[in-house]
Design a protein around this ligand. Structure first.
Ligand code: HEC
Ligand code: HEC
Ligand code: HEC
Ligand code: HEC
Ligand code: HEC
Length: 510
């Protein structure tokens, strides 16, 4: 090896010598130099081949997988991966199970949230979302539930919806002629039906499966990786905002970070850029609720116009990653996967539980690996946090409904959006904050103090706005005759996405 290393340095020194000595060296020595150079190249090739082999050996010992079938980037059927990795696949299949917790878990027929929380109808008056908004359930349902929601069946939606609900990367590559980013942009802009039903040249459908192994893993080595374009762009903007330029998540993130980032590909606040429908994460000013609000204010974005007040409103999606970022567990380096995909022993092996679900259904492995506290005690801690969050949500929602009511009463007196500008801004800010906490999956647990802070602000903003309107129209407001337009007909459970049809076998409930 050493002689090879020596001669591989020859090309550099020979070219340095070249300019000075060219005239003095005879043809014979030039030939010698060429031989030495060629020898160096051969040696260099041999060494890099050796290094690659060593690298592969190391990778093999880190990923000692016996592959029974070949898997590649286009293998979107989890069952095929399951032949190589049966334990992970088996637990993935369990995401079709259902079991409720007080505020989370999942149902056979996902509950209609608008029935359990009537104030949502006033809050979302005029928004298509209020058509059909249900409890989330497991990953095996992501595509099925999207196909069957009345939001897709009764409204035009863009191909952008598929970004987080399907194993979509082969579609992006196909549509982008090999360029995933370009394909992502083109698919986002397509009508949903068109993107959903695209087939390749041979007629094979490109979108067939829900969230799949290759969305989080590099085939065969099974290294964690990020696939979703909107996350790659969003995290780069966030890091730039934090003073880290040119961030490439797959190059720069640690393994522990990836154990959260793989989830943050989808469990985040997002919007569709109005011109292009491109899925965008509003992170260039930071992750916090007011930083995202500042982002939307700056670009003048609203999701919909409130039917009772005429105000431009923001609909929060599912900011689990953002909320978690503000909590003590994130600060302590505890990742999403630590609680939602805990290790389980299988003989001598440690296997990550791919039955991603509420950790309260699995406190033993989700929490007690770190907290040597009795299970009942841990449940009670979570219950207290969630009940307090719930109480604050209800209080701030009451305040918001009062604000909406006086705004509508002022409208009835002929007030226009200019007259009410400041109070409408308060409605927008309060609505955004309540929605952010309400739509976040953990009901306060991911960051209890942050949730309480946000709701306290919402309560204050709503009451300030109400007082403002009351003072402006002193004595003339007729609250009693206000009617807040009902949202679009709420879909009955008979039309809910049922238990038929997801692309993995159905298991029984418990
Ligand atoms: C310290 C443990 C912990 C960490 C870390 C954590 N979670 Fe959670 N998560 C919980 C608990 C507890 C709940 C509440 C479950 C319930 O109410 O049944 C929850 C709820 C959820 C829910 C709603 C589940 C349901 O059943 O409705 C989602 C989605 C979620 N978390 C995603 C994430 C994501 C994404 C991350 C990382 C960005 C994360 N969680 C980090 C503990 C954790
Ligand atoms: C490709 C997008 C995507 C990725 C990546 C993803 N999720 Fe999800 N997740 C979803 C969608 C969509 C749903 C809702 C499915 C439904 O209701 O049909 C969901 C549902 C959930 C639920 C609710 C399950 C239940 O039983 O109620 C939890 C918890 C959850 N995800 C946690 C995570 C965690 C933790 C990670 C990372 C390890 C993760 N998700 C990665 C898209 C994703
Ligand atoms: C940025 C990723 C992302 C995009 C884009 C996205 N979703 Fe989701 N969706 C999720 C996650 C995560 C969940 C589960 C968490 C929750 O429901 O709060 C979910 C849950 C759902 C559910 C089940 C719960 C419910 O709300 O009834 C439906 C239906 C749904 N999405 C439809 C859509 C439609 C329609 C679009 C396009 C307008 C869309 N999604 C775009 C990530 C996404
Ligand atoms: C939402 C993201 C996500 C999806 C989808 C996913 N995994 Fe994983 N997987 C993880 C995480 C996180 C780990 C832990 C990796 C680590 O800590 O390095 C993991 C670990 C693994 C490992 C390493 C051994 C272990 O259990 O820790 C294997 C093998 C694996 N997954 C197989 C699969 C298979 C097969 C599928 C599809 C049926 C799948 N995964 C789907 C996130 C995912
Ligand atoms: C990987 C380790 C780990 C896991 C898993 C984990 N935690 Fe923690 N938890 C921590 C650490 C570290 C802290 C911070 C302790 C400190 O700094 O005092 C913490 C803090 C807490 C706190 C105190 C919060 C506060 O504001 O004082 C509660 C409550 C808690 N965890 C509950 C849970 C529950 C419930 C689960 C399971 C859903 C869980 N933890 C899972 C490591 C973990």
């Amino acid at each position: 090896m050493l002689p090879g290393a020596d001669s591989s340095s020859q090309p550099a020194s020979s070219s340095r010598a070249g300019g000075l000595l060219r005239d003095q060296i005879g043809a014979a020595s030039r030939r010698l130099l060429i031989w030495v150079f060629a020898g160096g190249v051969v040696a260099a090739v041999a060494i890099s081949a050796l290094l690659v082999t060593i690298g592969e050996r190391i990778a093999e010992t880190r990923h000692p997988y016996q592959l029974l079938v070949a898997i590649d980037e286009d293998t979107t059927d989890p069952a095929e991966w399951g032949i190589n990795w049966p334990s992970q696949y088996e637990s993935y299949l369990q995401t079709t199970d259902w079991e409720r917790t007080r505020y989370g878990g999942s149902d056979a027929v996902p509950a209609q949230k608008l029935d359990s929380n009537p104030w949502l109808r006033a809050m979302w008056s005029g928004y298509a979302f209020s058509l059909d908004y249900r409890q989330a359930r497991g990953h095996a349902f992501t595509l099925h539930d999207q196909d069957h929601t009345q939001r897709v069946l009764q409204r035009e939606q863009p191909g952008a919806c598929l970004h987080c609900h399907a194993s979509v990367m082969p579609l992006y590559r196909y549509v982008g002629d090999g360029d995933e980013m370009e394909g992502f942009r083109r698919v986002s802009a397509m009508p949903f039906e068109e993107a959903r039903n695209l087939a390749d040249g041979a007629g094979t459908p490109l979108v067939e499966h829900p969230v799949n192994c290759n969305d989080c893993h590099t085939p065969n080595t099974m290294r964690l990786r990020i696939t979703r374009p909107a996350f790659k762009v969003g995290i780069r903007e966030l890091k730039a905002h934090e003073g880290i330029p040119d961030y490439d998540v797959n190059r720069d993130a640690s393994r522990q970070e990836l154990r959260s980032y793989v989830c943050a590909q989808c469990h985040v606040e997002y919007y569709f850029e109005p011109e292009s429908n491109v899925v965008t994460y509003p992170w260039s000013q930071g992750l916090k609720v007011e930083e995202q609000e500042a982002y939307y204010d700056e670009i003048g974005y609203s999701d919909w116009t409130h039917a009772a007040t005429g105000g431009g409103m923001l609909k929060a999606q599912h900011p689990e990653f953002e909320m978690w970022s503000q909590g003590i567990h994130a600060t302590a380096g505890v990742a999403c996967a630590d609680c939602h995909m805990p290790y389980q022993r299988e003989g001598a092996q440690k296997v990550s539980d791919h039955h991603v679900r509420s950790p309260l259904l699995n406190v033993n492995r989700s929490c007690q690996t770190c907290h040597s506290v009795a299970e009942g005690e841990l449940r009670a801690r979570v219950g207290t946090i969630q009940d307090r969050t719930e109480a604050l949500i209800q209080r701030s929602a009451d305040a918001l409904v009062d604000l909406i009511t006086v705004l509508a009463a002022a409208r009835a007196l002929g007030a226009d959006s200019d007259d009410l500008a400041e109070a409408l801004q308060m409605q927008r800010s309060a609505q955004w904050r309540i929605d952010w906490v309400y739509s976040e999956g953990s009901h306060g647990f991911h960051a209890p103090q942050e949730s309480a802070r946000i709701l306290a602000e919402a309560l204050d903003l709503a009451r300030q706005g109400e007082r403002m309107v009351v003072e402006q129209y002193a004595g003339r407001l007729d609250r009693a005759s206000v009617e807040i337009p009902p949202p679009y007909a709420v879909t009955p459970d008979s039309l809910a996405p049922g238990r038929t049809g997801p692309t993995v076998p159905i298991r029984g409930g418990r």
